[in-house]
Design a protein around this ligand. Structure first.
Ligand code: AMP
Ligand code: MG
Length: 335
């Protein structure tokens, strides 16, 4: 696997800090904190409850195991790698419900979120030592090898033409958070903030404050006050390279094969599940504000759209929960 750039961790750190400022805890409940690297990102955990110490290690184990055994395209031992090599195979039982969600987001987003972009993302190599601007012809050929509509998925088995490569990069961290939530449900955990790269789970009762990273700097530009939910951010500042003054970033438009260029710098989605928040944040970044908002409504989710020019648009359900903290940014679309 190529060398990856260090990804942005500010959002994660800000969010992890959130637990301390959030709400009321049981007086005797001790908080445990930890950090680990998995899924190519730096991850943080804060957890309270009788089983908190145990939960701390389950979080890193679940995330690493999910990556190497199931989701990573670059792990020799993963189910997805094997499926890609064999142009199909049986979908592991634990992955099946998540795959259903991904198909649904693919369809409802009109293909803006597409988990079959592996051949195209390899061509660009963004975040690896092979990153480059491919020719139009190469992009055209790679695009012919994308599209979840080319997959035949029946009775738990998937089949697809040679050259297609499944890529769960846009939803893997969300899937891991859903698995972690299940584990917390079996343990005595009262409250937790788990931050895997740009995806965060806020678990337990009371309020949490979550920082939205400033696309232009290392700090954050706004704060959301939320209850228990999942929050994912997709941004053009996370992984990119520059050539001849143009920034080529890692979120690709499956329609053109090029990095999305819509004036958006980042989109944060608030959802009841991790897979959903992660897939929707990528979809919304591709679709832009209007279509993205419609898509979020279909799933009962909320979003904050941050533009390069400083405009910030929050959907109705989170407008009152958002506080912009950096002067460069201004709220738009407030009725
Ligand atoms: P995220 O940061 O969650 O938005 O995911 C971005 C990652 O998902 C990229 O690094 C690619 O591996 C993959 N990706 C890029 N564009 C798309 C897209 N339109 N749909 C699905 N996955 C994508
Ligand atoms: Mg995503």
């Amino acid at each position: 696997m190529g060398k990856k750039r260090p990804v942005t961790i500010i959002l994660a750190l800000v969010c992890a800090a959130a637990l301390a400022s959030g709400a009321v805890y049981g007086a005797l409940s001790k908080e445990y904190t930890g950090s680990f690297t998995a899924m190519d990102t730096y991850n943080t955990v804060k957890v309270r409850g009788a089983d908190a110490k145990k939960a701390l290690s389950s979080v890193s184990e679940i995330t690493s195991e999910l990556d190497t055994a199931l989701l990573s395209r670059h792990s020799d031992t993963s189910a997805v790698n094997e499926i890609n090599l064999n142009r199909g195979g049986r979908i592991p039982e634990e992955l099946a419900p998540y795959l259903d969600t991904l198909f649904e987001v693919y369809e409802k987003s009109g293909g803006a979120f597409d988990f079959t972009l592996g051949t195209l993302t390899d061509l660009w190599g963004i975040g690896t030592e092979n990153e480059r601007v491919p020719s139009d012809d190469e992009i055209k050929k790679a695009l012919a090898l994308t599209g979840a509509d080319k997959l035949d998925y029946t009775d738990g088995k998937i089949k697809f033409p040679e050259g297609i490569s499944l890529d769960f990069g846009a939803a893997g961290k969300g899937i891991a958070l859903d698995e972690i939530e299940k584990e917390f449900g079996r343990e005595k955990i009262s409250r937790a903030v788990v931050s895997l790269g740009g995806s965060i789970m806020l678990y337990g009762s009371g309020e949490f404050t979550v920082g939205i990273k400033d696309p232009r700097s290392a700090g954050y530009m706004a704060v959301l006050t939320l209850g228990d939910c999942f929050v994912s951010t997709s941004g053009n500042y996370e992984r990119y390279f520059e050539k001849d003054g143009v920034r080529y970033h890692h979120i690709l438009d499956p329609g053109t094969g090029y990095p999305v260029n819509s004036g958006l710098a980042g989109v944060t989605v608030i959802a009841p599940g991790g897979t959903l928040s992660d897939a929707l944040s990528t979809a919304c970044f591709v679709l832009g504000r209007e279509k993205g908002e419609t898509l979020c409504k279909e799933f009962g989710c909320e979003a904050v759209f941050v533009y390069e020019d400083g405009g910030v648009y929050a959907t109705d359900g989170v407008k009152d929960s958002l506080e912009i903290t950096d002067d460069y940014y201004r709220a738009e679309g407030v009725k």
